[in-house]
Ligand binder design. Structure first.
Ligand code: GLY
Length: 396
């Protein structure tokens, strides 16, 4: 076992932080309680998106979000040592065998899917099969690397993606993929094979060059000529406009670059996380939960995206852990403010009718999916609370 279970209270909160500890600690205890009480209802299904009554709609077998509930269960096991979390998380393993058997199920989201399930299981239990499954997934993710443009192709032009056409999917990178690089870095650590690391570095470099704009806002996606890797243009898929800044995309990049910096020690990636975070802070102004897109008209009344707030908070605590004391104070203050916003306006952990943790997520506003619970918002909320309390062991 590479990660030991630790008590809720075991991690030592950084010296700079005391004021939020009790509130964050209590919230984390409520998260664990919610996972415990919902276990008999959720069973081995995997939440996909919230329903109007704060129940869940559940994933099909290949959904990109299929691992986020498992990720919460593995965190809960780490915090409590309670074997019911182990059994509930481990019971999901067949989902991850199945994805590897179906070519159409495999895209850039293999990183999200396997880091929070099979890598987590390997780190928590030392069992061999999940390690092998995660390495197979990492190999498949590596197969999406396009050396001519130094990027990982995000999507497949296949019926699993609805009407997405080949010319839309081919040659496209998206901000979200930064979260999937952790699986490649993990596989490099396990095998010593430098092609895993080189692909992750290559994709991070390309994302920094083309997804991050000169003013530190970001494109959601960027398109390359799939034949020769020539950069073409930035576009959106889930944001308000091609030239707007989708708040979850900015959050994926903040967390992703902070994570790449942590793994590689690169000052370039750390600086990228810092600049993206500073821009998000500026764009939020006095808001406490980000609007779904920073450039949407009348943003104060636009749908919020609690998942963007949670992802960003987790990433900013990770950024803070890599900064000098004074700079860390600044970033922790901002992340604490994001958590306070979530606790003040989105917290469902005390609502007995809710099966999830956070309200007011925006999955895809353009397709009509907003103001809902999201399993990734819930996962990153727990990660952020844990990081705020000094925990440093995660599955990526
Ligand atoms: N990775 C898809 C999303 O953020 O909605």
């Amino acid at each position: 076992m590479k990660i030991e279970t630790s008590s809720y209270f075991a991690a030592s909160a950084p010296a700079a932080v005391t004021s939020h500890v009790d509130r964050h600690q209590a919230a984390l205890v409520r998260c664990i309680g919610k996972l415990q009480t919902t276990m008999p209802i959720i069973g081995i299904r995997n939440p996909k998106i919230g329903l109007d009554d704060n129940g869940w709609a559940y994933c099909g077998p290949y959904d990109w979000v299929v691992s986020f509930h498992a990720g919460q269960l593995w965190l809960a096991l780490q915090l409590t040592g309670d074997p019911t979390f182990l059994h509930a998380a481990r019971a999901r393993r067949s989902v991850f065998r199945n994805i590897l058997a179906h070519r159409r199920a495999q895209d850039h989201d293999l990183g999200f899917q396997y880091s929070l399930s099979c890598v987590a299981e390997w780190l928590m239990t030392g069992e061999k099969e999940p390690r092998a499954l995660a390495l197979d997934a990492a190999n498949l993710l590596l197969g999406r690397y396009r050396p001519e443009g130094r990027y990982l192709q995000a999507w497949n032009a296949l019926p699993t993606h609805g009407s997405m056409r080949a010319d839309f999917a081919n040659g496209r990178i998206i901000a979200d993929t930064m979260q999937n690089l952790a699986l490649l870095y993990w596989a490099y650590g396990e095998t010593g094979r430098s092609d895993f690391r080189d692909a992750a570095d290559g994709h991070a470099d390309t994302s920094l060059k083309h997804l991050v704009r000169a003013d530190d806002t970001s494109f959601h996606t960027f398109l390359f000529d799939p034949g020769n890797g020539r950069p073409l243009r930035g576009e959106t898929h889930q944001g308000f406009a091609d030239d707007s800044c989708w708040s979850r995309g900015q959050a994926w990049l903040i967390h992703g670059f902070a994570q790449c910096a942590r793994v590689t020690g690169s000052e370039t990636y750390l600086d990228a996380a810092r600049k993206l975070a500073a821009k998000a802070q500026q764009l939020m102004g006095t808001e406490v939960v980000p609007a779904w897109d920073y450039n949407v008209p009348d943003s104060q009344n636009a749908p919020r995206d609690s998942s963007a707030g949670a992802i960003m908070a987790a990433g900013i605590y990770m950024l803070a852990d890599q900064c000098s004391f004074d700079e860390a104070q600044h970033w922790r203050g901002f992340a604490d403010r994001l958590i306070a916003g979530l606790l003040d306006t989105c917290d469902l952990t005390s609502d007995p009718a809710a099966l999830g943790l956070l309200a007011h997520g925006a999955a895809h506003v353009g397709s009509g999916f907003s103001d809902t619970m999201l399993p990734y918002g819930d996962y990153y909320f727990m990660e952020a609370l844990m990081r705020s309390l000094g925990h440093t062991q995660f599955f990526w």
